[in-house]
Ligand binder design. Structure first.
Ligand code: SF4
Ligand code: SF4
Length: 441
């Protein structure tokens, strides 16, 4: 049973759709006691999982059952924000009579969808820095991934996903779109940008990445949002300001008030994350403060220290991300067990509304329309790396006619990876080591 399910999930190219795209058939080779469905969707503005839950609650629950069958876990908990009332109602209906499954209602705080927060809320366990959730008997799977697993069980590969297009567009929307859809095509479907000088963020506004060239971007299995903001928006300025310029300001302006660490959700779980220490090390040019990695390695890049914590308008999250990357490149590992969880953790949670207000996102955090069926794009680009691991090897050549769902890229021998599939029927017009272009026929 387990091997058969894993084979189907591998064949369908399922990856973690809410994160970096870790191949799901590899992730599920473990024996947790608890499977957690991450339906928290905590990034402001993004409504992809909300609509997915409202439209496809049964499939998400089918995915949970498949994961339970695959891993042998004794229980599955779906963690969803109680503010998403319709999604809660649909999920409640879908789990009715299923003894191993239950709902856990989350407050509307940021970052409620952080894996560490969800695991602690549900089980009271904290994953040591550098370890995976299985270390504490858990596996966390995102709502979109569960939907894809339910389809994989039926033999349907990953060719579509729910995407939010919002911000400064005429008609913000959420829709299920083919993987490989050009980003400009989706901006057009959303009525186009309504400001002349705009920036596109792929993913959530806080944790997503600023696109350097939106015309050359395509939807992948992990694209949950396309957010358009004025280029002069404070959030964009924070994300794109020159690193050395920020460093110069930080060196003179950081007053070591410690607010960034006090607000840090990973610090409050006893994981030793200390953005103020990073700032101290930079200010004093004293790298020894960071040598053991404790202050940086447990950071999840949520950005709270920067967007809400720092009253001096500094960006500790950018420095901690840089320090963390350098430590990881040097293979520095944390060897400390988690410390004590802050007794006042609940009180220190930051309401999402406050984050939204602080970052000037209130005008964009609105109810948006959900579109059932979009007009299909005339061409798609299937990237050969949409996952953690090695890029796929193309399994088609120029001129081939491919069907929607046909595998166009396979995992290299003995490598970590996930297959990719054509998302529309069409002719292969270009193939190289990075992508397969398909034109509708
Ligand atoms: S909150 Fe800002 S000023 Fe205070 S320690 Fe952190 S980075 Fe420095
Ligand atoms: S980005 Fe800042 S607040 Fe978030 S986990 Fe990292 S240090 Fe903590």
């Amino acid at each position: 049973m387990k091997e058969e399910l894993l084979k189907k999930i591998e064949g369908a190219g399922v990856v973690g759709a809410g994160g970096a795209g870790f191949p799901t058939h590899v992730k599920l080779r473990c024996t947790p006691d608890t499977v957690i469905a991450n339906c928290a969707e905590c990034e402001p503005v993004i409504k992809s999982d909300k609509y997915l839950m409202e439209q496809n609650a049964e499939e998400i629950v089918e995915g949970m059952e498949a994961v339970l069958a695959c891993t042998g876990a004794v229980k599955g908990v779906l963690a969803v924000k109680q503010k998403n009332k319709e999604a809660v109602r649909r999920l409640e209906e879908a789990i009715a009579g299923k003894e191993k499954l239950s709902l856990h209602l989350l407050d509307n705080y940021y970052p409620a969808g952080d894996e560490q927060q969800i695991i602690y809320e549900i089980t009271g366990r904290v994953v040591p820095v550098g370890e995976l959730p299985i270390k504490v008997g858990c596996v966390v799977v995102n709502a979109q991934t569960l939907f894809h697993i339910s389809q994989a069980v039926k033999g349907i590969p990953v060719t579509r996903r729910m995407v939010t297009v919002a911000g400064e567009v005429k008609a913000p929307m959420a829709a299920e779109v083919p993987v490989g859809t050009p980003v400009p095509y989706l901006l057009e479907l959303a009525g186009g940008a309504v400001v002349p000088d705009y920036t596109v963020i792929l993913g959530g506004p806080l944790m997503g990445r600023v696109s350097e060239d939106p015309k050359s971007e395509f939807v992948t299995k992990t694209t949950n949002g396309i957010i358009v903001l004025p280029s002069s928006h404070p959030l964009v300025e924070k994300k794109t300001d020159d690193f050395n310029h920020q460093l110069k300001i930080a060196k003179s302006a950081c007053c070591q008030c410690n607010y960034c660490t006090l607000i840090c959700p990973r610090s409050n779980l006893g994981l030793g994350v200390s953005p103020h220490k990073i700032m101290q090390a930079l200010t004093l040019n004293n790298a020894s403060i960071l040598a053991d990695g404790q202050a940086a390695l447990g950071c999840c890049n949520c950005g709270l220290c920067t967007y809400v914590g720092c009253n001096m308008n500094l960006s500790p999250n950018r420095f901690i991300a840089e320090v963390r990357a350098q430590l990881l490149a040097k293979k520095v590992k944390s060897n400390q067990e988690p410390g004590t969880v802050n007794l006042f953790r609940n009180e220190s949670k930051v309401p999402s509304k406050r984050v939204i207000q602080r970052m000037g996102l209130t005008p964009y955090d609105i109810d948006i329309r959900h579109i059932d069926t979009i007009q299909m794009p005339k061409a798609v680009r299937i990237l050969l790396r949409q996952h953690i691991g090695a890029p796929c090897i193309p399994s088609v050549k120029e001129g081939d006619i491919v069907e929607a769902g046909q595998c166009v890229g396979r995992i290299p021998e003995k490598a970590l990876g996930a297959r990719v599939h054509a998302s529309i029927r069409g002719r292969v017009v270009s193939v190289n080591s990075e992508y397969v272009d398909i034109m509708k026929v």
